[in-house]
Design a protein around this ligand. Structure first.
Ligand SMILES: [Zn+2]
Length: 447
């Protein structure tokens, strides 16, 4: 992208949900943005020549944080809606994944990242397990950068020569991640940064995982691992294995944990680790188990929400917030929880926090993003409160969680740069993404 943030933007007269417990929600509130940072939050701020964005009849809130998405799959959207988890693995890992060329990864990532921005997501953890060659990684990163989103590139494994990498493989993670760290993503303060998307003991071995975590810690990058997706993986007690090996820590994030045991949630909590949930998938994807929202809350674990894969679900976090709230209410009210301790009610504010500050904390970015706080990066969303599905608004957080969708998102700023304005993505990047994604879709699916 060539657009640069104007030095000063004044967002004027909005209904501002800061997400900052010390400030709360304010009506008739302005936000001053300077050099990509939030410089002021309050009524009657002086713009002094700043570009003004009129936020009357708008709900203004922190950019949503997607903690886990296999963005490379976005050009084959909805391919797997009727599949169970094992059949999805066969289709995306076994059949299509090995056919992905670097340009397919670029197309999927660009489309997925732009659809995230369109939906009010300003930070995306791109969980990229399609590292078929170094060029695949380079193209994934290039697309994230070209989209303008704040992203974490989660470097995973190849989908060619699968038996060498999965199913109890003792081979360590490819050390091309060292090249990426050194040459492409050395700056942890940049808009696109690096994590390791690891296989963990369920897909490789404890021995390989020990080596992988040592490498990541040597490189100073965080690690995300899928855990407990279905009874067979849950029975492997991989979190317990990591605990016994002394490997747990606050730099580890675990995805789903649907069939992980209660005592493993206690281990994550004790180590300061975090969890990424995708409640829509955890209810609608046969074989993955039931969402662990009940237990992450019971054990007080830092938790973010995520969209997982567009082959099976929606690109937006509004859907995940609604699915999470419904799932937890079902667990609590209908007794559909495996947790035997006491469950507290789950509020719209709490699920909204998971989609913002909780996700930021889960990704290690909580001091930079997640709330509209002076000094943080200006990742800001404006939603039209006057739209037919939202008006009249009783409570802005309730409206966002209960009814909002990407079509209500009027304006999106990422680090002070406007990426969506008056309901449309800025620039012509989406036109290019659509062209590339269609070509990729036709090649991969033969249609
Ligand atoms: Zn996943």
């Amino acid at each position: 992208m060539t657009e640069h943030a104007p030095r000063r933007i004044l967002i004027e007269n909005g209904w501002v949900v800061t997400g900052d417990p010390a400030v709360g929600t304010l009506t008739g509130c302005d936000i001053l943005v300077e050099d990509g940072l939030i410089a002021g939050v309050g009524p009657g701020l002086a713009g002094d020549g700043a570009e003004v964005i009129d936020a009357r009849d708008m709900i203004v809130f922190p950019g949503l944080v997607d903690t886990h998405k296999h963005t490379w799959q976005s050009a084959v959207r909805h391919r797997c809606t009727e599949l169970d988890l094992q059949t999805y693995f066969g289709e995306m890992f076994g059949r299509l994944g090995g056919q992905y060329r670097p340009e397919d990864v670029y197309a999927g990532n660009l489309l997925g990242a732009l659809s995230a921005i369109d939906a009010g997501t300003t930070t995306l953890m791109d969980w990229s397990h399609v590292q078929n060659s170094p060029e695949h990684s380079d193209q994934a990163i290039a697309a994230l950068r070209d989209s303008g989103i704040r992203a974490i590139f989660g470097h995973g494994w190849p989908l060619v020569d699968l038996p060498a990498w999965l199913g109890g493989s003792d081979r360590p993670h490819t050390d091309d991640v060292r090249r990426i760290r050194r040459e492409l993503l050395a700056d942890d303060d940049a808009l696109v940064t690096l994590h390791l998307a690891g296989r963990g003991p369920e897909l490789s071995t404890l021995h390989a995982t020990t080596a992988d975590l040592a490498m990541a810690r040597d490189l100073g990058i965080r690690v995300s691992i899928h855990m407990g997706c279905g009874p067979e993986f849950g029975a492997m007690a991989a979190i317990t294995q990591l605990e016994h090996a002394g490997l747990l820590g606050p730099d580890l994030n675990f995805v789903h944990c649907s069939e992980s045991a209660d005592d493993e949630f206690a281990m994550i909590a004790d180590s300061g680790g975090s969890v990424a949930l995708a409640p829509q998938h955890e209810q609608a994807f046969p074989g993955i188990g039931h969402t662990s929202l009940d237990r992450v809350r019971a054990f007080g674990i830092t938790t973010g929400l995520s969209t997982d894969t567009e082959t099976h679900g929606a690109a937006d976090l509004f859907t995940q917030m609604r699915a999470g709230l419904a799932a937890h209410r079902s667990q609590l009210v209908e007794g559909r929880s495996r947790f035997t301790g006491k469950l507290d009610p789950f509020s719209v504010t709490e699920v909204f926090t998971m989609a913002t500050q909780g996700g930021a904390d889960a990704l290690g970015l909580g001091d930079r993003i997640g709330s509209l706080t002076v000094g943080k990066r200006a990742d800001i969303i404006l939603v039209r409160a006057s739209d037919p599905n939202l008006f009249p608004v009783t409570d802005p957080v309730a409206a966002l969680v209960a009814s909002a969708h990407p079509g209500n998102v009027d304006t999106v700023l990422v680090e002070g740069t406007v990426r969506k304005r008056a309901g449309s993505l800025v620039g012509d990047t989406f036109d290019r993404a659509r062209e590339l994604a269609l070509a990729s879709h036709r090649r991969l699916l033969g249609s």
